[in-house]
Design a binder for this molecule. Structure first.
Ligand code: FAD
Length: 436
């Protein structure tokens, strides 16, 4: 079970680390053995899921554990929709596991490479005013704690441990199994359109209240956005659109190949950024597609980028974008990537970015060959007055002092974490910085 491995890096390439040992357990006993190995060696341990976080959450010079060998369906109850999956199960596998049961995930984000445990640990989300992020769908967790014990938690069983562990940044224990509340299978009718930014922002809260899954992509310094609306339709509605083969070709050639060339050109000649953004803002909208929900929610993202994402109270969207536009003009910001605007329902997960508030997300991206720092920091500073909470898996520069003020249950989380891992085995300097 010991694999010699060189340096690891995040998907965007920003964070690199060299664990002294990489372990790939294939079941619960081997996970417990990995925890024992780290404990006896007095070394830190971090679990990696899909490795798709932008921040240094997984980085460790101690033991890194991959749960790629711990995937698949444990049990499902088709009446209640409760489905239990092993922690390492990738999101792209879940649709295939759920389909024969007549079930689906209530919502997904932009990609499906994450593991289910990694997705819940950072508060991964999609868009939908009636949908929470993945952590809000969790109804039970089976955890291996640093002391070697295994516990089953739920809202009625070790409730505080459950609340902390369902979005725990991998600092409470190793997530062995996740029980999710799923929904009957459905298809999505996707319509994309180029829209006027002011109008789209003005009606975003009303639109997203009635459209099941609604989002905007705004190219900074332009007055346009691409609106992406996805309406749920019954599973037996006929598939329509360019066909999966043509759709894949379109996504790969236009969505990834041409996009890479545009971004690469703009990174070499920054003066091209604005015309590139102008052009992209007019042509991003794709054809109408009606297909299975998992095929519509997600798409391959082969053009690499850096990303920060901020959760703000939904009602402050207009003010927040106005503040960004003012700062972008003042600083003559030139970026080729759009800013993504999404919505989520309030939830009660202690460290959720949507804890206790109707939420709008603003996600800023920068092409991976460009220095993301100045732009992403400008976005962070501009959104700070809006009580903006950073996505835990994405880049930001906040520490425990600021985060403590943003999360009413931060101290409760810290107390549960300290009790679950008194020897701080699952912490790293980066997590110390976040959690204090
Ligand atoms: C191209 C791209 C697109 C993205 N799109 C979205 C999006 O649409 N919406 C969104 O919200 N986010 C998005 N993200 C962010 C991403 O969903 C999160 O960062 C997510 O955590 C990544 O999941 P992962 O399995 O790769 O986790 P990793 O990055 O591997 O790990 C994340 C955290 O989970 C912990 N962890 C993983 N497995 C376990 C386990 N079994 N037990 C305990 N802890 C564990 C790790 O220790 C770490 O703290 C995107 C990222 C990329 C690169």
């Amino acid at each position: 079970m010991l694999i010699p491995r060189p340096t690891h890096r995040t998907w965007s390439g920003k964070v690199r680390w060299s664990p002294k040992q990489v372990l790939a357990p294939s079941g619960e006993d081997e996970i417990l053995a990995a925890l024992r190995t780290a404990r006896e060696a007095g070394s830190g341990l971090r679990v990696i899921g899909g490795g798709h976080s932008f921040s240094a959450l997984v980085a460790t010079d101690g033991v890194m554990v991959t749960l790629d060998g711990c995937r698949g369906l444990v049990r499902a109850d088709t009446d209640s929709g409760l489905v239990t999956l092993r922690g390492g199960t990738r999101l792209w596998e879940i649709a295939d596991l759920l389909a024969p049961l007549g079930l689906a995930l209530p919502v997904m984000g932009d990609i499906d490479h994450q593991s289910i445990a990694g997705a819940i640990q950072t508060g991964t989300h999609g868009t939908g005013a009636r949908c929470t992020g993945f952590a809000g769908m969790v109804r039970g967790l089976r955890l291996a704690l640093p002391d070697g014990s295994v516990v089953d938690t739920s809202p009625s069983q070790d409730a505080d441990l459950f609340e902390a562990a369902r979005l725990g940044l991998g600092t409470i224990g190793v997530v062995l199994e996740v029980t999710l509340a799923c929904v009957p299978r459905y298809r999505l009718d996707l319509v994309e359109a180029t829209v006027d930014l002011e109008e789209a922002l003005g009606s975003f809260l009303a639109d997203s209240a009635i459209i099941d899954h609604h989002e905007l992509f705004w190219f900074p310094r332009t007055a346009r956005a691409t609106a992406r609306t996805m309406r749920r339709v019954p599973q037996d509605t006929a598939v329509r659109g360019p066909g999966r083969l043509v759709g894949t070709l379109q996504r790969e050639v236009l969505g990834n190949g041409a996009w890479e060339l545009l971004c690469r050109g703009a990174s070499l000649a920054p003066a091209l950024s604005r015309p590139a953004a102008e052009l992209a803002s007019r042509v991003l909208a794709g054809p109408r597609v009606l297909d299975d929900s998992s095929a519509v929610f997600t798409a391959p993202r082969r053009v690499r980028f850096h990303e920060s994402e901020w959760a703000i109270p939904a009602e402050r969207l207009g003010e927040a974008v106005a503040a960004l536009r003012t700062r972008f003009d003042a600083e003559d910001v030139r970026v080729s990537f759009p800013l993504e605007i999404r919505r989520a329902a309030p939830d009660d997960v202690w460290l959720s970015t949507a804890y206790g508030r109707d939420t709008v997300y603003l996600a800023a991206h920068r092409y991976h060959r460009e220095d993301p720092g100045p732009y992403l920091l400008l976005v962070q500073r501009t959104l700070a007055p809006f009580a903006a909470r950073p996505h835990w898996g994405k880049q930001h520069w906040l520490g425990s002092r600021e985060l403590g003020e943003l999360y009413p249950r931060f101290e409760d989380f810290r107390a549960v974490r300290a009790a679950a891992d008194p020897d701080r085995m699952l912490l790293t300097p980066y997590l110390d910085h976040l959690l204090g």
